[in-house]
Write a protein that binds this ligand. Structure first.
Ligand code: SF4
Length: 697
């Protein structure tokens, strides 16, 4: 219940929804939040907010919150409330029992991009130091892991290049596979402001997002409405035009890039097979539009690219990220304000969860676990021997569970039983495990497979930091006491101590101090400095003591300081349409809801979007005798579900689209196990399906 009235005091904290990371004043009456007011001094939002951050915080005190630890012997038994001590000791003894029976590598954990940097750091430390293996992965596996890979390879750092304010100097904005007005609303508004000032807009998306023509006073100059799964063919076609029409920024390439790699790439991309005229049958986009869009991007002073999960969640997600990086380097659109390559991170702390060493092959700061010097650094600091072997990725954990070699899992703040693809396979793997520990604020779908439930704390109940899509580390401040008694980092610490690896932090600031001492891009970060400056964009160290709004201004972060071009052959996805599965399903988000909806569905004043619907082109609907509002069955090679139809020409013929905010809609029942070749990021965006009219379920 949100009570109105005059606040007694206010505490500045950071929104826990999307990667914009808006700053808010939590206005309080005693221990109760009565209003969330966007902070005019917020450096990511400048006093703006969207409906989620402003109104959708009531979930923190929703009646569904679980505030007592619980255990059960089997997932078929009822939960039994126990003390924290009993729950933690039970979890630790189960994990130790599994390790004794199946080996050290038979347990692991999953971190969440919803949690703070400090919490994430502590979970990966527990796993590496306390579990004795590198079986830690993050939910970023299923969203932006290709960004991490692609940008690390080409630019030397796994992050976007700009701050948000940079867009106000862009002359052309290219939005690829992102829907900023729904997914990142405050930044989407900033983008619209710049477009109203006259910047040009290129949208690359299979669906007509609002920016194409449905936003007031904004219209895309080009909407390249490509077929799902053909991103790489399209980016290669744009690059082909730039190379063959001499639109290269030679001075930038010669001074800032690895010239040998550029020459190789130039020969590759100039091949006629990449010409727009050759690829229009693949992409479905007119060659003339591809040529015009490429000329526009390359001909202005400042061209900026913003992209989202429509780039990464493909079998060629990493290739596409590299293709975008190639395009920006070739046109000199890097290293200054107004340009850049900018992944729009979905969740509030995707950037941070990756920075904090949540991947099974990387320590904090993206340093490989097989590097002996890095291993020794952490081993000395943590006072424990560490493994040089990379651990299991999330999909590998599931495989290993079904092989009876991975039997214990600690999941903090992530609902893998709803959000991961090919969900029947995920459920089977979870059922096979002997101990699943879920730490969350609600009994989520994953908890149905859990043996131990440890109550988590909402963002209003904890101290820490989030890192947004522009690398901005912002403060998260506790405005009310944790309902279950502990903040999440404290629970991880309790589990670590029970496992026999001692931790004794008194406050998250001590965890950040440790992160700073071990991570070159964070050496200048501290809570004192965040309080003083409001926020800090990493890298922040001796060279850049107040942080770095724009990266790669003098040189790239690779060892030789040069940007690396890489070849990007288009390879068609395995997921093909057939007479049995003649339509391609792709997915996205809507403004009022958030991911699997655990928070927004529990916020009464944010519920005008009540269901996920299947968008269907009028021609495809007519062929099937479907009218608006009909119930339709959607069947893929992986599974089937039922939704109501929404007939619209925002999707092209042959393509259907849905959101995934409601568990009952089961979007991930039908997504397949295809994944990115480099990172295993699932191919959520391309699923061949059949759609038929059905009666109401
Ligand atoms: Fe929160 Fe994102 Fe909305 Fe800002 S734009 S208020 S960070 S959901």
């Amino acid at each position: 219940v949100i009570e109105h009235g005059q606040p007694e005091h206010a505490i500045v904290t950071t929104c826990a929804y999307c990667g914009v990371g808006c700053s808010f004043r939590a206005e309080m009456k005693g221990e109760q939040v009565i209003r969330m007011v966007p902070d005019k001094d917020g450096q990511a939002n400048h006093g703006h907010s969207c409906v989620k951050g402003r109104f959708a915080f009531g979930y923190a005190t929703h009646k569904d919150r679980i505030t007592k630890p619980m255990i059960r012997a089997s997932i078929h038994d009822p939960w039994q409330e126990v003390s924290w001590e009993q729950a933690i000791n039970h979890a630790a003894s189960e994990l130790k029992r599994i390790q004794a029976k199946y080996g050290k590598a038979s347990i692991g954990g999953i971190t969440s991009s919803r949690c703070t940097n400090e919490e994430t750091y502590l979970v990966q430390k527990l796993i590496r130091a306390g579990f004795g293996n590198n079986n830690v992965d993050t939910c970023a596996r299923v969203c932006h892991s290709p960004t991490g890979y692609g940008l690390k390879q080409t630019f030397g750092e796994s992050s976007g290049t700009q701050d948000f304010d940079s867009v106000m100097k862009s002359d052309v904005i290219m939005v690829i596979g992102a829907n900023p007005t729904d997914g990142h609303p405050v930044f989407g508004s900033a983008m619209k402001k710049r477009l109203r000032q006259g910047a040009k807009l290129i949208v690359v998306d299979p669906r007509e997002i609002d920016l194409v023509k449905n936003s007031p006073h904004v219209k895309a100059d080009y909407h390249l409405k490509l077929r799902p799964g053909t991103n790489v063919a399209l980016i290669n076609a744009l690059a082909h035009v730039i190379v063959t029409e001499n639109l290269i920024d030679e001075a930038f390439v010669q001074s800032r890039c690895d010239v040998a790699s550029f020459n190789k790439w130039k020969t590759f991309i100039a091949d006629p097979r990449h010409a727009p005229e050759q690829t229009e049958t693949i992409t479905g986009v007119a060659a003339s539009d591809m040529r015009a869009a490429a000329r526009l991007y390359a001909s202005v002073n400042n061209g900026a690219i913003y992209y989202g999960l429509g780039v990464t969640e493909h079998s060629q997600g990493s290739t596409m990220v590299i293709g975008i990086a190639n395009l920006a380097m070739a046109t000199g659109n890097l290293g200054r304000i107004g340009v850049g390559v900018n992944p729009l991170r979905g969740q509030n702390n995707v950037q941070g969860s990756c920075d904090m060493g949540s991947f099974p092959h990387e320590y904090p700061g993206y340093r490989h676990v097989s590097d002996p010097a890095t291993r020794d650094l952490f081993s000395t600091a943590w006072n424990v021997p560490l493994s040089l072997d990379p651990g299991l990725r999330i999909p590998n954990m599931f495989e290993a569970a079904l092989d009876n070699s991975f039997m214990g899992l600690y999941v903090e703040g992530e609902d893998i039983a709803q959000s991961d693809p090919d969900i029947k396979h995920v459920h089977a793997a979870l059922r096979a495990m002997e101990c699943v520990i879920v730490q969350d604020i609600f009994l989520n779908e994953t908890a149905k497979f859990a043996h131990v439930f440890l109550p988590g704390a909402s963002f209003l109940e904890k101290d820490g930091t989030f890192t947004n899509a522009e690398r901005r580390i912002s403060p998260v401040r506790k405005v009310m006491k944790p309902l279950a008694g502990y903040q999440d980092w404290e629970v991880t610490q309790l589990l670590s101590n029970a496992m026999g690896y001692p931790m004794n932090y008194q406050h998250p600031s001590e965890i950040m101090a440790e992160i700073a001492s071990l991570t070159p891009t964070f050496t200048g970060v501290s809570y004192e400095k965040i309080d003083e400056l409001g926020s800090i964009q990493w890298p922040c160290n001796e060279e850049t003591p107040t942080g770095t709004p724009i990266m790669h201004t003098e040189e790239f972060m690779r060892n030789d300081g040069k940007g690396l071009f890489m070849l990007t052959d288009y390879v068609a996805t395995h997921e093909r349409i057939t007479p049995m599965y003649p339509l391609i399903l792709t997915t996205g988000r809507i403004l009022s809801q958030y991911n699997v909806g655990a928070q927004t569905r529990r916020t009464a004043n944010n519920m005008w979007h009540q269901e996920d619907r299947l968008e269907l082109h009028p021609h495809d609907a007519e062929d099937r005798g479907i009218v608006d509002g009909d119930w339709v069955g959607i069947k893929s090679r992986a599974g089937e579900t039922v939704l109501r139809a929404l007939i619209t020409d925002r999707v092209q013929p042959g393509v259907v689209y849905t959101t995934f905010h409601f568990p009952e809609s089961g979007a991930n029942v039908i997504t397949t196990d295809n994944s990115d070749w480099a990172t295993n990021c699932p191919e959520y965006k391309v699923t061949a399906v059949q759609v038929t009219k059905v009666s109401q379920p």
